[in-house]
Design a protein around this ligand. Structure first.
Ligand SMILES: [Cu+2]
Length: 93
């Protein structure tokens, strides 16, 4: 089974996975968003998006995101590759 496939299976079994802090891969903060996705912030302040299925997705820098508690966050960077490896490390355990 490929790594990619195992990640998909895991995220179906554990939809709440993204709620856990992805402490591997240099993520310092994870904020849930209104649309079900999560924005992760790295040590250097750059961000990456995780969709509701637990996959790293692209988002345009400078775009505004709404958090579950009604706050607004501006996308800083788009660290898709960094988040992919953090999610991979996280799911590997
Ligand atoms: Cu974003």
């Amino acid at each position: 089974m490929s790594i990619r496939k195992s990640v998909i299976v895991l995220s179906l079994v554990l939809p709440a996975l993204s709620a856990l802090a992805l402490d591997q891969g240099g993520i310092v903060k994870s904020v849930p968003l209104k649309d079900g996705s999560t924005v992760h912030q790295f040590k250097d302040g750059k961000m990456a998006m995780e969709n509701k299925y637990g996959h790293a997705t692209r988002m345009q820098e400078g775009m505004s995101m709404e958090t579950t508690d009604g706050k607004s966050i501006t996308m800083n960077g788009d660290e898709v590759a960094k988040l992919s490896s953090a999610i991979w490390l996280h799911n590997r355990k």
